[in-house]
Ligand binder design. Structure first.
Ligand code: ZN
Length: 280
């Protein structure tokens, strides 16, 4: 018997997941009305963290050639509130692009940022592959040791761990990532990856809805064109490239009508009565 198939409806007009595309498209389009306040390069096989204030725009830029970036973000003032990859996947899609948002963990559950521009525009390929992946997660030294028996200190998990140390965060704060510029999909229910299709000058741009601490790792797999396991495995060092990060301050006039979202207003206390003081 056929089962009911249903999904969330991200684009239902006026719904909780409805995004004011006109507002975000204008932010993306009117680049003359923003000023760059920060720009840096993240070298190969390393990580970097940076604050991004609510209302600012950030670009992750392909500056030399294809390279995957593993992205994490936290509420700048409360690292317990951090990006929730699996819920974002359900609310939007398994590969995010312009108009999609990254949502935070419980009990906060609010949009942390909104994707304003994605020049990759990969769409879907013949194998069902899509770009900017939420299906997978970061590479890490523990799984690496499990599968290869080798110790390697420059996985995305370790790169992110080193990147956030100056903000007094640890590897326990590193969480499931958005794999920017990474093409993935499922075939026979098994996860696959493909070489990153990006070209020099491509970028992935997002608008901060709340004050954020962002971090990326330049994946040691580089553009993922060289398998790291199996019969054709090789060292992907030759396909590792740096990435650029740019932070922009927007013209306040462009933000008119926008306000930083509040955390969820659920107050049910999970059905538990709140104890009250009663004198005996
Ligand atoms: Zn990685």
């Amino acid at each position: 018997m056929a089962q009911t198939l249903w999904t969330y409806l991200p684009s239902a007009p006026g719904g909780a997941l409805d995004v004011d595309r006109e507002f975000y498209d204008r932010l993306a389009r009117e680049t003359a009305r923003r000023s760059r306040v920060e720009q840096f390069v993240v070298p190969i096989r390393s990580g970097k963290a940076w604050p991004l204030r609510a209302g600012q725009i950030c670009r992750i830029v392909v500056i030399e050639g294809p390279q995957v970036a593993d992205f994490n973000c936290w509420n700048l003032h409360n690292p317990r509130e951090r990006f929730w990859a699996s819920r974002t996947k359900q609310l939007h899609r398994a590969h995010v692009t312009t108009g999609d948002r990254l949502w935070s963990t419980l009990p906060y559950l609010r949009p942390m940022c909104t994707v304003t521009n994605d020049t990759v525009s990969y769409g879907v390929d013949a194998d069902g592959g899509r770009c900017h992946d939420l299906l997978g997660t970061r590479c890490d030294p523990y799984v690496n040791k499990l599968l290869t028996g080798q110790e390697f200190d420059y996985t995305c998990h370790s790169n992110l761990t080193r990147a956030i140390l100056p903000y007094r965060l640890t590897e326990l704060d590193v969480h499931d990532v958005l794999n920017i510029f990474q093409v993935t999909g499922l075939q026979d229910d098994r996860y696959f990856m493909k070489a990153s299709p990006t070209r020099k000058g491509d970028f992935f741009e997002f608008f901060a809805e709340i004050d954020l601490l962002c971090a990326i790792s330049t994946c040691p797999g580089g553009d993922l064109s060289i398998p790291i396991c199996g019969p054709e495995a090789g060292d992907p060092l030759s396909v590792c490239r740096p990435l650029g990060v740019e932070v922009y301050q927007t013209d306040p006039a462009l933000l008119r009508g926008w306000s930083s979202p509040s955390p969820s207003d659920y107050r049910g206390n999970h059905g538990m009565p709140r104890p009250e003081f009663r004198p005996t």
